[in-house]
Design a protein around this ligand. Structure first.
Ligand SMILES: O=C(O)CCC(=O)C(=O)O
Length: 292
């Protein structure tokens, strides 16, 4: 595959100080035409591989109900397309620039496939309550392969990463009430944003393939239902930098995705270093060596 030259050359011009400022202040930045088609093809092939793999890490949201959709977590190790994408494309460089870190690690890759016809909204939530981490240098890049009108885009509440960290929603009870808590302890329950949309400053975008949204995991976000016949395949790449540390969460529910051994080896405040989190930048010596 030919490396996407245009993207490799011009990413520094796209990730401007203004983008970095907006990310820090609002926690959400829409960047049109950031990802070249070659990389999108790689994402598509990676998603196809995962869907055909019988992976136990494919979950179904609203299982058995009309509008169910799929969610797939952490397939980097078994998906060479994602390895190529995250080692070779400028994605890690771009995010490193946004969060101000030369070192960049992958927290995990997360795929959402809404292709069952008229799929439901992803419930409003923040990502941070689910993840056992703290710090500032963290960012998800939300990359969608299919065109989406603003009315069906994921929606965001800018600046909410600087406010309250709410409890998560409970995926198993989301059909009953998408504010029912994940932990039910220590964190305030999610507000019912969907029931009071007019009270919130909600933003969304018309998305074309190659457009991305940079998303701070503390930002409230949700939505992105699909209308009948529309397909949405999204890869959310969760990356972090130097200042991210391990942090505990309420003990009533395991954090997600599962990270066996992490809580027994790390104490709150320890740097987040574990085999679960491959380093992408600088390129690890083991990866660089195979090129010599
Ligand atoms: O794409 C979606 O529907 C959900 C995405 C999401 O929640 C995320 O990337 O954190």
């Amino acid at each position: 595959m030919v490396v996407a030259d245009s993207m490799a050359k011009d990413w520094r011009e796209r990730i401007t100080p203004e983008v970095c400022r907006q990310y820090a202040e609002e926690g959400v930045v829409y960047l049109p035409k950031l990802i070249d088609p070659e990389w999108l093809l790689l994402i598509e092939l990676g998603i196809q591989r995962i869907l055909g793999s019988g992976s136990p890490y494919i979950q179904t949201f609203f299982k058995g109900l009309p509008g169910e959709f799929k969610d797939m977590v952490r397939h980097f190790d078994s998906t060479p397309e994602f390895q190529r994408l995250l080692y070779d494309s400028p994605i890690a460089d771009m995010v490193g620039q946004v969060i101000g870190s030369e070192n960049v690690w992958l927290l995990f890759d997360h795929v959402f496939v809404k292709d069952a016809g008229a799929c439901r909204r992803t419930p409003w939530h923040q990502d941070l309550p689910y993840w056992p981490v703290a710090g500032e240098q963290i960012c998800s890049m939300w990359i969608t392969l299919d065109p989406i009108p603003q009315s069906e885009c994921l929606e965001f509440i800018p600046g909410s990463h600087r406010g309250t960290m709410y409890d998560g929603f409970n995926p198993r009870l989301a059909a009953e009430d998408p504010t029912l808590p994940f932990y039910g302890k220590d964190l305030p329950r999610l507000p019912d944003i969907e029931a009071e949309r007019e009270k919130w400053n909600i933003v969304a975008f018309d998305i074309e393939p190659g457009d991305v949204v940079l998303l701070h995991p503390g930002v409230l976000h949700g939505g992105g239902h699909t209308s009948e016949g529309r397909r949405r395949r999204t890869l959310s790449v969760r990356l972090y930098g130097d200042d991210i540390v391990y942090d505990s969460r309420p003990d009533t529910h395991p954090t997600v995705p599962l990270t066996p051994g992490l809580s027994s080896r790390l104490a709150p405040g320890d740097k987040l270093r574990a085999p679960w989190y491959p380093r992408l930048r600088p390129l690890p010596e083991t990866v660089a060596q195979s090129w010599r």
